[in-house]
Design a protein around this ligand. Structure first.
Ligand SMILES: [Zn+2]
Length: 281
């Protein structure tokens, strides 16, 4: 299959999708930017600041008025194109908050866009108007503390919270497993009919899929608990046992997710840390 780089795909009336050429072990074929609206548009997750995707985005906008540039969160594959796109179009940057990167120690690594500066931050449940239709922020912390999904008609734009190709990386200290699970639960209370993630195909069975994701995390938690019950273990040791045959490029991310589970279990009094090792409490 040829990924449709730089080609605007019209998915539904008023929903266009554009794939940026930034494939990786974490982005699948790349970041998918969405254009909402017909006469005028909002741009969801403008993507990395690379010349080719930005030009493709300009072509897709095709002279229409851009009413907002909306970011789900501030990882470098999502938000850096917001500023140059804003300069080209005059549109405001609206959506997630910038991270307080140093407020509780170094929260963020090189994967964060430290230059992100929104013109307006949307609170949970706050709508903006795009071409006569509301786009509403749904706060979904967990993957990052500032993550938002955006609801538009019967669709939810899920960023990296729920993806169509892979489970989401939850990397402490900014990533938080308890918050992530609560944000999955929040989606189960909604009746969105389709999810459009920033990576991977659309999810056409949202309720079932979110239930599956939550179940998968609970299985993983059980597995980690049983591993540290046998003997005190380091995070790399737990990763080796819990993820046999893991792609070496994903070992660091898996370590992050294991640590996120351990920190959550520690808060609930189920595990303890002994130096580098973790054990059942
Ligand atoms: Zn991300």
């Amino acid at each position: 299959m040829d990924p449709p780089y730089a080609k605007l795909e019209q998915l539904d009336s008023g929903i266009g999708r554009l794939l940026a050429h930034n494939p990786s072990a974490f982005t699948y074929f790349g970041t998918q930017t969405y254009l909402l609206g017909r006469e005028e548009v909002a741009v969801v997750d403008p993507g990395p600041d690379l010349p080719e995707p930005l030009d493709a985005l300009g072509d897709a906008i095709a002279g229409r008025k851009v009413v907002a540039i909306m970011c789900t969160h501030t990882h470098r594959d999502h938000s850096p194109a917001a500023r140059p796109l804003s300069e080209r179009t005059g549109a405001p940057i609206v959506g997630c908050a910038p991270l307080a990167l140093e407020s509780v120690g170094p929260r963020a690594d090189a994967s964060f866009d430290g230059d992100y500066a929104p013109d307006r931050v949307l609170a949970d449940g706050e709508p903006i108007e795009v071409d006569g239709t509301s786009v509403t922020a749904v706060a979904t912390p967990g993957h990052t503390s500032n993550h938002l999904c955006f609801a538009y008609r019967d669709a939810l734009f899920t960023g990296d919270h729920v993806m169509g190709w892979s489970t989401t990386v939850v990397f402490p200290p900014d990533g938080d497993m308890a918050a992530y699970m609560a944000s999955l639960d929040k989606l189960r209370q909604r009746d969105d009919q389709i999810y459009y993630p920033a990576h991977g195909p659309a999810v056409t069975n949202p309720q079932q899929y979110v239930r599956h994701l939550a179940g998968h995390r609970m299985q993983r938690e059980k597995q980690i608990l049983s591993i540290v019950r046998d003997a005190p273990r380091t995070v790399p040791d737990i990763v080796a046992r819990a993820y046999p045959g893991l792609d070496p490029r994903l070992v660091v991310a898996a370590g992050g997710s294991v640590l996120a589970h351990l920190l959550d279990l520690e808060r609930r009094g189920l595990v303890e840390r002994l130096g580098d090792e973790w054990t059942a409490a």
